[in-house]
Ligand binder design. Structure first.
Ligand code: 1GP
Length: 227
C-alpha cells in the first residue's frame, strides 16, 4: 500500500456526522480523487460510519476509515488511518488510544492496510485542537515533529492539519524539504482550485473536507487542479 499511497495526490474527507445527498456523494466518489476518508471529531457514531461506508461502496474509489473513537471502528474499509497527535499535551492522543486499539484488536488487524499518521494540529480554533488538548507549536516545533515522525517513529505519513483554516504555504514547503520518505499530507481550508494547486506544490497529498458541504462544484475543481 505504501506504493499506492506514494501515487496519491488528492483525497476527499467525509464527516459521518454531516449530511450528504446521494447525488453529491456520487460526484465525490466519481470525481477522480485518489481516495475518500471517513473521519471527523464530533458525534462520530458506528451507525454514521457504517452508513457512509455502505453508500461509498457503490463506487470503486478506495475508502479509508480515519479512526477517532474506539466505539466507531468498523470492518470493511480498504485502509485504516490511525492518527497520533504529536502536539497534544496529553499522552492519550499520542500513545494510549493507539495502545488500547492494538490491545483490543491486534488479532484482527491486517497490518498492510493500517497506517499511523503523525498528526500536527495547527489551527487553534479547530474542534480537533481542543478535543485533543493540543498546544500551538511554532515553526521550529513543527519542523522537529516532522523530523520525529520520520526518524524516530518511522511513520509513513506526517499530516499538517489546519482543519477549517487555510494554512501557511511557506511552512508546508519547509517541512516538505526536510522529509525524505515520510509523506506529507496537508488538510485545511482548501476552497478552490488555486489553493489546491498552491498546497499541492509542497504537500504530497492534499485533503479537502468542508468544501464538499459548502460548495460541491468548487470542491470538485480541486481534484482537476492537482492532476
Ligand atoms: C480535515 O484536513 C481535513 O481533517 C480537511 O480540512 O475540512 O478544512 O477542508 P477542511
Amino acid at each position: 500500500m505504501q506504493t499506492t499511497l506514494n501515487e496519491w495526490k488528492h483525497i476527499f474527507k467525509l464527516d459521518p456526522a454531516k449530511e450528504i445527498s446521494d447525488a453529491h456523494l456520487e460526484m465525490v466518489c466519481e470525481s477522480g480523487t485518489d481516495a475518500v476518508i471517513v473521519g471527523g471529531t464530533d458525534n462520530v457514531t458506528l451507525d454514521g460510519v457504517l452508513d457512509l461506508l455502505m453508500r461509498i461502496r457503490r463506487y470503486s474509489v478506495p475508502c479509508i476509515l480515519e479512526i477517532s473513537r474506539m466505539e466507531a471502528i468498523a470492518p470493511g474499509f480498504d485502509y485504516y488511518f490511525i492518527p497520533m497527535v504529536m502536539n497534544s499535551n496529553v499522552k492519550k492522543w499520542m500513545m494510549d488510544m493507539q495502545h488500547q486499539a492494538i490491545k483490543q484488536y491486534r488479532e484482527l488487524m491486517n497490518w498492510k492496510d493500517i497506517f499511523f499518521e503523525g498528526y500536527c494540529i495547527l489551527n487553534k480554533d479547530a474542534k480537533a485542537f481542543t478535543h485533543t488538548n493540543s498546544f500551538m507549536p511554532d515553526d521550529e516545533d513543527v519542523m522537529a515533529y516532522a523530523y520525529m515522525a520520520e526518524h524516530v517513529f518511522h511513520l509513513p505519513i506526517f499530516y499538517m492539519e489546519y482543519s477549517g483554516k487555510y494554512g501557511e504555504p511557506k511552512l508546508i514547503e519547509q517541512v516538505k524539504r526536510q522529509l525524505v520518505s515520510t509523506l506529507l499530507f496537508y488538510g485545511g481550508g482548501i476552497e478552490n482550485d488555486s489553493q489546491a494547486r498552491e498546497m499541492k506544490e509542497h504537500a504530497d497529498v492534499i485533503i479537502v473536507g468542508n468544501r464538499i458541504y459548502t460548495d460541491i462544484e468548487e470542491a470538485l475543481k480541486t481534484v482537476k487542479a492537482v492532476r
